[in-house]
Design a protein around this ligand. Structure first.
Ligand code: SF4
Length: 450
């Protein structure tokens, strides 16, 4: 098989990467694709065409793990018809299971933790009949700077931190991604500059908790300021924010830096102080609402989105009502809503999972209903306003129309005549559905050819 691999490598072996989970996983997969392409591999979209299949996994929810396991079993099963096929798993689930992955899915060749992706090239090259086990978290400081590789895209990502120190009681991330490490500001800025040189116009700065970014000298507001100075970059977004670390300095930076978009993803998880404490979130309902008021008062037209969890151990009707009440008071423009399932190894998994499944489902449905009403209201309130829109693609339903995003993150659609991908226009909003706004273009602010 080694001979076959070597031959494949000489021809440029074909690699398929499947990614599950968050933006950080997608970003890591893009980095890995860049490393493999730079070393002679070719990327393919279909498993039938692949000599190497790598699956980037997520452990945040049980469902995501089950899906990834199912796919891995399917890929390993293809080996009987395709001798020499290499199947690898990396990311959080690989870190969590380690050698156990080989028992869960016998036949896997590579197991690598989330910070081990720079070493996957070596693992692929060395894969023979036995698996290469690589489960160390690695040293993120060693990542350094590497040029941005995604091409033909207006929007890009850049990781500014890795890991997390917060240990929310339901969350597996600190156990699989390790403690928080911030990349040096200069490395981040060089990476974003290289993205801009390749046509990226909007960058999303990524971290489990971007607000606690600190490279020993600069905090997150300093980083935003440095990114705002990059010529050719038009928009800056960031995710995810932790309410306990959202500083006044950051609010001022959002207000003052023209490239920073007016959208904050601010996970609240629950509206009851008792549940927030059990979740170890580090803020109260009152702290959160005060922060929301401060952001709304200072950042004109800001859209707030959130994550919500229902069915956490001991959550009663009163706790849940407080969550609904908080949602109605904040009026989020969007939310990711989930029902709790225990993640083995976390503190919450030691508590009794005592909310019946039926109750969790019913509460989740109520949360979704409240959320849809508030998203629809947010959109309706934008009718009659003028929004700055960066156009990204033709509308999937009506290809003559162009679609883009307003600075607040809402999708906006207009008649496409005279608009190119990447152009930025002011648009008057005439109509609104819950998730899409419709309008007419007014002035072109930026021509993407310039
Ligand atoms: S802040 Fe909490 S929920 Fe987010 S990654 Fe860290 S531990 Fe998990």
């Amino acid at each position: 098989m080694l001979m076959e691999l070597r031959e494949n490598y000489q021809k440029g072996a074909r690699v398929l990467i499947r990614t599950y989970g968050c933006q950080m996983n997608k970003y890591d997969s893009e980095l890995l694709m860049g490393i493999l392409v730079d070393n002679g591999y070719r990327l393919v979209d279909c498993e039938r065409d692949a000599d190497v299949i790598l699956v980037n996994t997520c452990s945040v929810r049980e469902h995501a793990e089950k899906r990834a396991l199912g796919r891995l079993r399917q890929f390993v099963g293809m080996k009987s018809n395709k001798p020499g096929l290499i199947v690898g798993v990396y990311g959080c689930m690989a870190q969590r299971y380690g050698d156990e992955m080989l028992k869960e899915v016998p036949g896997i060749d590579i197991v690598a933790g989330p910070d081990s992706f720079p070493r996957i090239l070596e693992a692929v090259r060395n894969a023979e009949s036995s698996a290469q086990i690589c489960t160390t978290l690695g040293d993120f400081d060693g990542e350094g700077w590497r040029p941005y590789r995604k091409t033909n895209s207006l929007s890009g990502w850049c990781a500014i931190t890795r890991g997390c120190n917060n240990y929310c009681s339901y969350c597996i991330v600190p156990y699989v991604r390790g403690h928080e490490r911030s990349r040096p500001l200069d490395d981040i800025i060089r990476e974003v500059e290289s993205a801009v040189q390749q046509g990226v116009r909007e960058i999303t700065l990524l971290g489990q908790n971007v607000n606690s970014y600190f490279d020993g000298e600069h905090d997150f507001a300093d980083l935003l300021k440095a990114a705002n100075d990059i010529e050719g970059l038009w928009r800056i977004r960031f995710a995810t924010s932790h309410p306990k670390d959202f500083s006044d300095k950051l609010i001022s930076a959002m207000r003052e830096l023209p490239k920073v978009c007016e959208h904050v993803h601010l996970p609240v998880q629950a509206g009851s102080n008792r549940i927030l404490k059990l979740m170890n979130r580090g803020y109260s309902r009152e702290d959160y609402l005060e922060l929301v008021d401060k952001i709304k008062d200072n950042v004109n037209g800001v859209a707030l989105t959130t994550d919500l969890l229902t069915g956490f151990p001991t959550e009663n009707e009163e706790d849940f009502e407080q969550t609904l009440d908080l949602m109605k008071s904040v009026k989020y423009s969007g939310a990711f809503t989930f029902k709790y399932s225990p993640r083995p190894g976390t503190k919450a998994a030691e508590m009794e999972n005592d909310v019946p499944e039926k109750t969790k489902i019913s509460r989740l449905e109520q949360m979704i209903k409240v959320q849809q009403e508030s998203a629809a209201e947010f959109s309706r309130n934008l009718v009659g306003t003028t929004q700055e829109v960066m156009f990204e693609e033709n509308s999937p339903k009506n290809p003559r129309n162009m679609r883009g995003r307003a600075r607040n993150g809402k999708i906006v659609e207009v008649t496409g005549e005279g608009i190119k991908k990447g152009d930025v226009w002011t648009v008057k909003i005439n109509d609104a559905q819950t998730w899409v706004l419709f309008g007419e273009k007014i002035d072109k602010l930026i021509d993407n050819r310039q």
